[in-house]
Write a protein that binds this ligand. Structure first.
Ligand code: ATP
Ligand code: MG
Length: 234
């Protein structure tokens, strides 16, 4: 479904990604793990068109997408739920969700998608008319995820959805991600919560200093000495 091949990405003269390749197949959950500053967000931003790779390519459903504008990439079916939520704080919950439905095909099915998002996150329906800045951190995270679904994506990319959540809400966030996959949405997930992530994902890539240093099936990675020492603290 998604094929990232040998990309190098720079901020000005500073190189942040080095020869990174990654693949996501249909209906997989693929995780991206790595320490702060490893380049995880940079990789998602390169896929979603916010950054352009200096070399290498990104293909989605057989079509080259590097170089396309971010909105065109959303239209093709990739949704990016960014780090730090980036909500429209002076808009209501419902208005934030509607903003996610701007691609033409999604706008036509807006009401139906909205009902669907409310089924996944009932707390959002109860707070439909509330301004998003008055939501709790966990509710804001649900809203960011819900908004990401409003474009009816085929591939959803989540950048640290459990960040800053209380343990009980972390469980909720992971439950939501699992239920999305059951509904046929493919997921690329960045997470610091490495154990939980390796438990729900199918495959994972480990990024260090802008390079992929390890990749494989999650059950294998959970047993790897390297991952256990560096990321699970055992
Ligand atoms: N806008 C920017 N301008 C310059 N350098 C940047 C910019 N954004 C990120 N970087 C640098 O690129 C590298 C990768 O950053 P990135 O945000 O992709 O890391 P990350 O893996 O998402 O980290 P975290 O877990 O802290 O979110 C870091 O060295 C960072 O300082
Ligand atoms: Mg990041």
């Amino acid at each position: 479904m998604l094929e990232v091949s040998n990309i190098d990405t720079f901020y000005g003269k500073a190189q942040a990604l080095w020869d990174v390749s990654l693949r996501v197949d249909e209906e997989e959950i693929v995780a991206l793990i790595g320490a702060n500053g490893a380049g995880k967000t940079t990789l998602l931003n390169t896929i979603s068109g916010l950054l352009r790779p200096a070399s290498g390519s990104v293909e989605f459903l057989g079509k080259k997408i590097d170089g396309l504008a971010p909105h065109s990439i959303v239209e093709l079916g990739i949704s990016h739920v960014p780090e730090g939520r980036k909500l429209f704080t002076d808009m209501t919950v419902r208005e934030n969700l509607e903003m996610g439905a701007y691609p033409y095909h999604a706008w036509k099915q807006k009401e139906e998608t909205l009902e669907h998002v409310y089924q996944i996150f009932p707390a959002l329906k109860e707070r439909e008319k509330q301004l998003s800045r008055t939501l709790s951190g966990g509710e804001q995270q649900m809203l960011a995820m819900g908004r990401g679904l409003m474009s009816r994506p085929k591939l959803c990319m989540f950048d640290e959805p459990s960040y800053g959540l209380a343990p009980i809400l972390v469980v909720e966030a992971f439950r939501a991600i699992k239920s999305l996959r059951e509904q046929g949405i493919t997921i690329l997930l960045i997470e610091q919560n490495v154990r939980r992530t390796l438990e729900i994902a199918d495959r994972a890539y480990v990024l260090e200093n802008g390079r992929v240093v390890l990749e494989g099936a999650c059950d294998k990675l959970l047993q790897s000495d390297y991952v256990r020492k560096a990321y699970l603290g055992i």
